[in-house]
Write a protein that binds this ligand. Structure first.
Ligand SMILES: Cc1ncc(COP(=O)(O)O)c(C=O)c1O
Length: 362
């Protein structure tokens, strides 16, 4: 039966907030007053049909692709939905990484119940291993779904592994959907989009997580032009046209992306250092080393994550994301990049509760 809900999204919208909120996934909000934009220019209505030309050009320029390969969408969420809606028919087999961002699984299950998983293993730092993909695919596979950086662990997948997955997809006539919403959090030698690795790649992303611009809902899909046209046409049934003021502001944001990203980077790096110090002081905790990203996936050896998270919320006004949402009940996810003081205090409170449940004496 068709899935029609996301347990994670409901939790995120109604239960994730707290005074010390470590349950985030992206950086803190970029303030409107810091965006170089003359508000006198803001208009309610505009000429957007199949894309607003200045925004199409700016997105194409950012990804180094032809504007015909860009489909605008409301955030990566709608980009994923629209890409899947275009690519999938009922019954098609889809292979999704595990652990995975829950919405990728629940959205896929809206279109087809034929979902298989391939492992990204904790003991291997959650790296993308093409052999795991190879083991899972069959001649019925239509789509392989993964994230880069990986949510929840922030593990980075390089060109070599991604091209190998592309070849596996090609061999069975499938496509690879890569959600790159966190990729720009690789602050040095930022890789090109995997869209450049072959025609089977379809990429989704947005300005939400890495830039703190979630409210603009500026998302996009990169797909070869014929497929992109089909997506635009299908979107007529969903969103029709976007909010024009958001399109104007998105163009301004894209013109100032380097400044916006640097500001976010400063906060993420302070938090990353605080997290590394915190983890170094503790035993009984597992966490793969990652150089980049706004999330860390932490495993608890021996103790109950449920109990810890409950006490963290009730006694310390602190939240993290339960690993259950990633099919990993012994884990939890911590988000960096919102507010370094809050982050440090949240970690201190997490320490107190870890000490209490007797795990990880440090
Ligand atoms: C992998 C992944 N894709 C997409 C999204 C949603 O992004 P957006 O806010 O751009 O819709 C998230 C949010 O956490 C995410 O982790």
């Amino acid at each position: 039966m068709k899935n029609r809900h996301s347990d994670y999204m409901r939790w995120a919208k109604t239960f994730s907030r707290a005074r010390y909120n470590l349950a985030t996934s992206g950086v803190g909000p970029f303030p409107m007053k810091d965006l170089p934009f003359d508000l006198q220019q803001l208009e309610i209505n505009g000429p957007s049909t199949y894309g607003y030309t200045p925004l199409q050009s700016a997105l194409a320029g950012k990804s180094e692709v032809d504007p015909d390969c860009v489909v605008a969408a409301a955030g990566t969420s709608m980009a994923n939905h629209l890409a899947m809606a275009t690519l999938l028919n009922d019954g098609d087999e889809v292979i999704i990484e595990a652990p995975a961002y829950e919405l990728l699984v629940s959205t896929t299950l809206y279109f087809t119940s034929n979902v298989k998983r391939f492992a990204r293993r904790e003991e291997e730092g959650y790296r993308l291993d093409p052999r795991e993909v190879e083991r899972a695919v069959s001649s019925r596979t239509r789509l392989i779904v993964l994230t880069n950086l990986h949510n929840p662990s922030s593990a980075f997948a390089g060109e070599f592994e991604l091209r190998a997955v592309g070849e596996i997809a090609r061999s069975v006539g499938a496509r690879v959907l890569v959600d790159e919403v966190y990729l720009d959090a690789v602050y040095e030698n930022t890789p090109r989009s995997s869209f450049h690795y072959g025609p089977e790649f379809v990429v989704t992303s947005s300005l939400t997580k890495v830039y703190g611009l979630s409210g603009l809902r500026c998302g996009w899909i990169l797909a070869e032009p014929d497929l992109a046209r089909r997506m635009w046409r299908l979107n007529d049934l969903f969103g029709s046209i976007p909010a024009f003021p958001a399109e104007q502001l998105s163009v301004a944001a894209l013109e100032n992306l380097a400044i916006i990203r640097d500001r976010a980077r400063r906060v993420v790096e302070v938090d990353r250092k605080a997290l590394a110090e915190f983890l170094d002081r503790r035993a009984g905790i597992t966490r793969p080393h990652t150089d980049w990203g706004t999330t860390a996936f932490i495993g608890l050896q021996g103790e109950s994550v449920d109990l810890l998270l409950q006490r963290l919320r009730d006694e310390q006004e602190t939240t993290v994301v339960p690993g259950l949402f990633f099919d990993s009940p012994r884990h939890f996810r911590i988000g960096m990049g919102v507010d370094s003081e809050m982050f440090r205090e949240g970690l201190r409170r997490l320490s107190i509760e870890l000490d209490k449940i007797g795990s990880c004496a440090g």
